[in-house]
Design a binder for this molecule. Structure first.
Ligand code: 2P0
Length: 351
């Protein structure tokens, strides 16, 4: 008897141009395009195993070993149904294919980082889920095609279908068929850029992204300005900066867009605060670090960015990373002796 099972994994991505706002909440169609860097190290990934079997009585899913309810009409159910639909198309085209689209699936997904660490586990999670079902069903779909389905699990998940530098094109079709992720440049194009994640707090955030962004759509005038007059130009400018490996331009745009995202959150009624005093102190440190560098040789050395929480991500050329970690550790003493978990002060790379 055949066993139908497949495992796939997907990494976390961190946006430089932020997604914030939906024009269609069911299909998860955004109000603006966005662009991210997919982190490529092994310790920030979701890994998912899917299995189809005639004996299963219903679709079931476990997240880090705990069963989650698959709500009818919910995001998980939508992604699973869409993947089964693609499988059915394969079976209809080729009669020799086993008819596994009619079987229920059991899905087990694990994050190798704490879910509560404020990192986008829904992005890597839905990307891994869709990838594992695509492997199980042996689908001929491209990453962009799969990104359309991952998007319906969680918007930012569509960007985790690619490594490197990735754009989520907002699209214009009402059915969402052109709202998908595309590769801007592979990781190898610009391997010198590294990301440092500073966990300021591992508390669960107060306002979920899903609820927060819709409140912003409903109440913020600044968001309308951002959508119409800011993001389109920034998408073009940061794509050009990536193509040219121009860290100065990349860093300026990344910091501006993080600032505007948090300004838009503040402009929401009632206001949403994602950063805290430590987040703002890290901004001040990066600003000062850059000011000194610009004064000496005209170049920015680091870029901060913050998502819907207080944790900082600092992008920088690899050669600056050791200095940046030393600064952070100096001004924000660690509760325990600093352990250098990624071997930064040895020979290994940084995440
Ligand atoms: C981003 N964030 O571009 C932005 C920046 C948070 C701040 O994508 O409702 O969890 O599942 O589509 O994808 C968080 O939004 O929201 C997010 P849903 P998601 O990375």
């Amino acid at each position: 008897m055949s066993v139908y099972q497949a495992t796939a994994s997907a990494p976390v991505n961190i946006a430089c141009i932020k997604y914030w706002g939906k024009r269609d909440t069911k299909l998860i169609l955004p109000t603006n395009s966005s662009l991210s860097v997919t982190l490529d190290q092994d310790h920030l990934r979701s890994t998912t195993t899917s299995r189809a079997d005639a004996s299963f009585e219903k679709d079931r899913l476990w997240l880090n070993g705990v069963e989650e309810e698959i709500k009818e009409g919910g995001r998980l159910a939508t992604c699973i149904a869409e993947m089964k639909r693609l499988r059915r198309a394969v079976e209809e085209k080729d009669a020799s294919q086993p008819k596994i689209s009619s079987y229920h699936v059991h899905i087990s997904s694990r994050n190798n980082f704490p879910t509560a660490a404020g990192l986008a586990s829904s992005a890597s999670g839905f990307a891994a889920l869709v990838s594992s079902l695509a492997a199980l069903y042996q689908l001929p779909a491209s990453p962009s095609e799969l990104s359309i389905i991952a998007r319906q699990g969680s918007g930012s998940a569509c960007r985790s279908l690619f490594g490197g530098f990735v754009a989520w094109q907002m699209g214009s079709a009402p059915d969402g068929s052109d709202s998908l992720a595309v590769e801007v440049a592979p990781r190898e194009h610009w391997p010198d850029i590294h990301a440092l994640i500073c966990v300021v707090s591992d508390d669960k955030k107060g306002t979920s992204s899903t609820a927060g962004m819709q409140r912003t759509v409903e109440t913020s005038a600044l968001l309308q300005h951002r959508i119409a007059h800011v993001v389109p130009q920034r998408m073009a400018a940061i794509s050009a900066a990536i193509q040219a490996r121009d860290f100065d331009a990349f860093a300026r745009i990344t910091m501006q867009d993080s600032n505007q995202f948090h300004a838009v959150a503040l402009d929401t009624d009632p206001p949403i605060f994602y950063m805290n005093d430590v987040s703002r102190a890290i901004i001040a440190l990066v600003v000062e670090y850059n000011r000194v560098s610009v004064a000496s040789d005209g170049k920015l050395k680091a870029a901060y960015t913050y998502d819907a929480g207080p944790n900082a991500v600092i992008y920088a050329p690899k050669e600056n990373m050791r200095e940046i970690v030393e600064l952070i550790v100096k001004y924000f003493p660690q509760p325990e002796p600093f352990k250098d978990p990624f071997g930064l002060f040895g020979a290994a790379g940084v995440e």
